[in-house]
Design a protein around this ligand. Structure first.
Ligand code: 3HC
Length: 289
């Protein structure tokens, strides 16, 4: 089945939304990105330039493809200006209320049922998000990319209880066209990726909090002993410590099990504003370049 997408709308110009916009544009799709946060659009443009130059420098793509991709991406700072799209991927903050509000507005803006409304949520129930779309819940699907999107091969495809088989097949086709490998997971909190990954990251914070080892040793042990590309605490900084807490909260609530509660130290770092790479400090420090 063809995905049938000419113009992709992306909600959110952060690391995930920006990455999704980039891989779709490289695949030849016109992309419109919405973000209302001051400075987000300029930051995203800078990230695209840097990432595409790096990929061209490494001959992953040609300079022509990189330039054409930049030319296919435009930005709007008001949702009502995100018009003319035939597919939307939402990649905003992991907050179910924010997502449901956006999906209800999208369903009204795009009454055509052929316009798929996908969420890049890392853990929130697709079935729940879809309820915001009333009768058109069948076109809501989970399309979960991984960070850094231009490098990571997986897209986790999550059908909600009401998602139509056609929306799922088209999501698989779109992910494939973007150079990714789509794999399906059912709609349970955290799906597969974060249900398995996040408790491991959370446990690394517990080990640090309890003084079992220093962060560098925890990361080194998992890198050298388990062949992970980066240790769990480095990866948490890279994902964002606030996002890690949000995902643990969704797992604890959705799977109704206290063993998924976020580690107190992880929560404390977030309260202190130490969000990871994006705030310049998380477990480790990231001086501005
Ligand atoms: N675009 C283009 N290039 C990029 C890039 C991007 N977005 N991000 C990094 N790079 C480049 C760097 O500039 C660097 O280039 P250089 O070699 O010229 O310095 C290169 O990629 C990185 O090279 P490294 O040798 O440091 O690392 P690798 O190439 O071996 O791997 C990695 C990089 C793929 C990021 C690897 O470290 C990795 O797999 N890390 C784990 C990532 C991971 O687990 N992601 C999932 C997070 S969970 C998630 O996203 C789900 C969510 O719901 C929470």
């Amino acid at each position: 089945m063809s995905h049938g997408v000419k113009t992709l709308g992306v909600l959110g110009a952060g690391q995930m939304g920006g990455g999704i916009a980039q891989v779709a544009a490289v695949a030849g799709i016109t992309v419109k990105v919405f973000d209302s946060f001051p400075g987000a659009i300029d930051k995203c443009k800078g990230v695209h330039k840097k990432s595409l130059s790096k990929l061209a420098e490494k001959a992953v793509i040609t300079q022509e493809v990189a330039d054409a991709a930049i030319g296919r991406i435009s930005f709007v700072d008001k949702l009502e200006n995100l018009t003319g799209c035939d597919w939307i991927v939402e990649a905003v903050v992991e907050d179910v209320k924010v997502k449901k509000d956006l999906f209800s507005r999208l369903a009204a803006m795009y009454p055509d049922e052929n316009v798929v409304l996908a969420s890049n949520t890392s853990s929130i129930s697709i079935t729940d998000i879809a309820t915001a779309c009333g009768k058109s819940a069948s076109r809501v699907v989970g399309m979960h990319f991984f960070n850094p999107v231009p490098l990571m091969k997986l897209v986790e495809v999550i059908p909600g209880l009401q998602t139509s088989p056609a929306a799922v097949e088209r999501t698989i086709a779109l992910a494939t066209a973007c150079g990714k490998t789509p794999l399906k997971a059912n709609d349970r909190a955290g799906f597969i990726s974060n249900r398995v990954l996040m408790p491991m990251i959370n446990e690394a914070f517990y080990a640090w909090m309890e003084g079992v080892a220093e962060p560098q040793a925890i990361d080194g042990i998992m890198k050298l002993g388990c062949n992970f590309p980066m240790g769990p605490l480095t990866l948490a900084d890279f994902i964002g410590l606030d996002t890690c807490v949000n995902i643990m909260d969704v797992l604890a609530e959705g799977l109704n099990n206290g063993r998924y509660r976020a580690c107190p130290l992880l929560k404390q770092l977030v309260v202190a504003g130490r969000m990871g790479v994006k705030s310049g400090r998380g477990v480790y420090e990231y001086p501005a370049k």
